[in-house]
Design a protein around this ligand. Sequence first.
Ligand SMILES: *Cc1c(COP(=O)(O)O)cnc(C)c1O
Length: 492
Amino acid sequence: MINYVSTRGMEGSFSAAEAIVKGIADDKGLFVPTKIPALSVSFDELAKMTYQQVAKLVIGSFFSDFTSEEIDYCVDNAYDEKFEVPEIAKITKAGGANFLELYHGKTAAFKDMALSILPYLMTTSMKKLGVDKKVCILTATSGDTGKAALEGFAGVENTEIIVFYPKDGVSEVQRRQMVTQEGKNVHVYAIEGNFDDAQTGVKKLFTDNALKEELASKGYVFSSANSINIGRLIPQVAYYVYAYSRLVAAGDIEASDTINITVPTGNFGNILAAYYAMKMGIPVSKFICASNENKVLTDFFASGKYDIKRDFVLTNSPSMDILISSNLERLLYHLSSADELRKLMESLDSKGEYKVSDSIKAGLDCFYAGFADMDLTCDTIGKLYNKEGYLVDTHTAVAYAVCEQYKNETGDEKANVIASTASPYKFPRSVASSIGLNPEGMSDFECVEKLKEFTGVRVPKAIDGLESREVKHDKVFAKDKMLDAVEDALCL
Ligand SMILES: *Cc1c(COP(=O)(O)O)cnc(C)c1O
């Protein structure tokens, strides 16, 4: 049995179902597994398995309190025809790398990989625990997470989802994706304010006891689809195991050959999932952690000091514009202890920085970190397209650029898997200008059209025809009136 404990040392251990429903531990720590299960099949057997089979194996071994019927139900509902490729996560070779395309789900970004299964994990967990309540998910979004959560929860019984986005703080494509969302249980509101206002407002709602009581009397509990939920992290381990198995199946590597994995990193969830895959038994030599100009992590891996006292830069890879990478806490916990970790987190809260011990630093040896600035990101998109005919988005370009830096520095030519986290059509303006199309004066939708005409790359369903879809959500609330929005959504 694998149990879950808080990174900050709170008493008690929890089943996966309890950890998924709670989301975050009461001492504000993150739930971590007490041990990482070993892969129970050989690489040759893995190579014959489908994505769904690998996902069942991986998720089932971490969430050992779920029955195999429960795991089957969650996986089969999550990874089905709503993905636009039958292999769910597809590898494309280009420029000497294996791009693991994680963006063929409903919103064309990799968050779909986890958010299409989280609703099923959550409702199943509630049932297992005998909690006879409906879940109300509250999310503030700067763009991608909100839409992926809406698509994940839309139509899932016993759930309602409410998403708040900053009225002028998301791109036109992102806004249209959200306001055209269909489903009886989905609610989308614009907030007059920025992302921080929306986020702060949601935190307030979570701790509003009067509201909690009112909701409880109507049979609801609040939860969050935030990336620190263990129910989002573990499903991501599956695609790294799957990627390895595909390289074996294709004969690119021998079973048990070592590979490197490069991940464009924001909150550190995706790269931590790769680390968990290694701990399960996938042979990985280096985890290459790629950042944009918000390079807190690059500096951290170089010096052992995590320092957020710096300017926040708005870049062309906005999903990685982040200074506090929450999931790093889980890695540091695995390399030290709850006592040591609590001190580090207190230091981060009070001083905006912490420095790790030499023994933690030694454990970080399998990571290499680097960053790409906006110019290098655009150049990389241009080069990959012009030389290789392969079109990538800005986040994936950051990863490829840093992977190339690593190879040049070290001469390490091991097979490299690059997590490709978004469709190029999600960031059409930056991508169009990177390959020499001049997007000035064009709307985002015109950029999509132009990119399609010029490159012939298929537009994902998530974006195709978006501008003519019916708007279903047009309510705007002041930032101090978010409670009214919840009442509107749930008809309280
Ligand atoms: C969220 C996101 C990332 C960052 O992933 P983390 O798990 O937060 O490190 C990278 N690229 C895209 C497109 C994303 O949406």
